[in-house]
Design a protein around this ligand. Structure first.
Ligand SMILES: C[S@@+](CC[C@H](N)C(=O)[O-])C[C@H]1O[C@@H](n2cnc3c(N)ncnc32)[C@H](O)[C@@H]1O
Ligand code: SF4
Ligand code: SF4
Length: 320
């Protein structure tokens, strides 16, 4: 059984449910019109932040399944979060749509620990396939301008995230070379169907996952590959707590921070029951969120993947 801390060490806090990029690789454009939640109110935000003070909070993403920079208050909120949990790694992810010079100034001086820029492709054609709501020319000009300015100051680590497995190998090589030439780290994230909520086949043939994770669930015990149920709490903008960043349908709601505390919800029977379901110790319906998710894997598969990744890392370390 995984060690469950007394309080979540990692939090995603959705200050807004808006995005505006309409990516075809993401359930947001299809699911968000059904959501009743919008912008997080100040009293709710303050109530959540107050509960983080003095806690062992290690990681905060001030967003969840939307775009943090579509919240006009995001910079004040980042500063408030940093002041309340000064040791936490505060990470933001956005697209080139929001990196115009004015917002870029504020981003560069924000107390962030990390910024990620999502860019699924490097041509107008690739953006039209993956990020149709983002104007390619503007976004690329913003990203290039931002990288140049970031390089002068380097206030925090910066990376570009590109989904991997969507493009032919030759395009992937070009994408890698493009970002290398611009001097920015590329994170190649394995594309997934977001728990069967995106039909990736409409984008063309995806290449198979080359890691042991391709085996997924073979036998129990199972686990969430990224500890979403045991380390992380995912807070929607109206205070409801969802199981994880895959829960675009708001299917597994574990409590409501308008009436309960983070601690109450984290240690509740509802959370315990869901953790048992994730592990395979309690029965689930076939359509339970984790049963549809690529990150739901056997412990044995996870262990082999970790060993394979470590081996690969060792091969990359030059032998002296
Ligand atoms: C949901 S977005 C929220 C933050 C911001 N809107 C953005 O796109 O960076 C968080 C991350 O999820 C990734 N993502 C979206 N759809 C995905 C998919 N089908 N497979 C893997 N990652 C995905 C995005 O690329 C982004 O890096
Ligand atoms: S991946 Fe990010 S930018 Fe694209 S639709 Fe989803 S939330 Fe919006
Ligand atoms: S659906 Fe389940 S396995 Fe997938 S990320 Fe969420 S908690 Fe983890």
């Amino acid at each position: 059984m995984a060690d469950i801390p007394d309080f979540p060490t990692h939090l995603q806090i959705q200050t807004t449910s808006a995005c505006g990029a309409a990516c075809s690789i993401c359930p947001h454009p299809v699911e968000s019109p059904k959501w009743s939640n919008g912008l997080m109110s100040d009293p709710l935000f303050d109530r959540i932040v107050d509960q983080l003070r003095g806690r062992d909070v290690r990681y905060i993403s001030p967003y969840l399944m939307a775009d943090p920079l579509s919240d006009r208050k995001i910079f004040d909120r980042i500063a408030t979060l940093h002041a309340a949990a000064p040791d936490a790694h505060v990470e933001v992810s956005t697209t080139g749509k929001y990196l115009a010079p004015g917002l870029a100034d504020r981003l560069l001086s924000a107390p962030l620990s990390e910024l990620r820029i999502s860019s699924h492709g490097i041509t107008a054609e690739e953006y039209a396939r993956t990020m149709p709501g983002v104007d390619f020319d503007k976004a690329m000009a913003h990203i290039r301008g931002f990288i140049e300015r970031w390089q002068q100051q380097q206030p925090y680590p910066l990376s570009v995230v590109c989904l991997w497995g969507l493009f032919p190998a030759e395009r992937e090589r070009r994408i890698e070379a493009f970002w290398k030439e611009l001097g920015v780290e590329l994170s190649k994230w394995r594309v997934n169907s977001r728990a069967d909520q995106v039909d990736l086949t409409v984008l063309g043939e995806t290449s198979p996952d080359p890691t042991p994770y391709a085996e997924g669930r073979r036998e129990p015990p199972y686990r969430c590959r990224f500890d979403r149920d045991t380390q992380w709490m995912h807070i929607l903008s109206d205070g409801r707590v969802a199981l994880c960043c895959m829960d675009y349908g708001q299917e597994v709601i574990l409590g409501d921070l308008r009436t309960k505390t983070i601690e109450d919800i984290w240690t509740s029977d509802a959370y315990r029951r869901v953790r048992d379901q994730v592990r395979g110790d309690a029965a689930t319906r076939p359509d339970f969120l984790c049963n549809r998710c690529d990150w739901h894997v056997s412990e044995s598969v996870h262990e082999r993947a970790i060993l394979a990744a470590a081996d690969e890392q060792n091969e990359l370390v030059p032998v002296k």
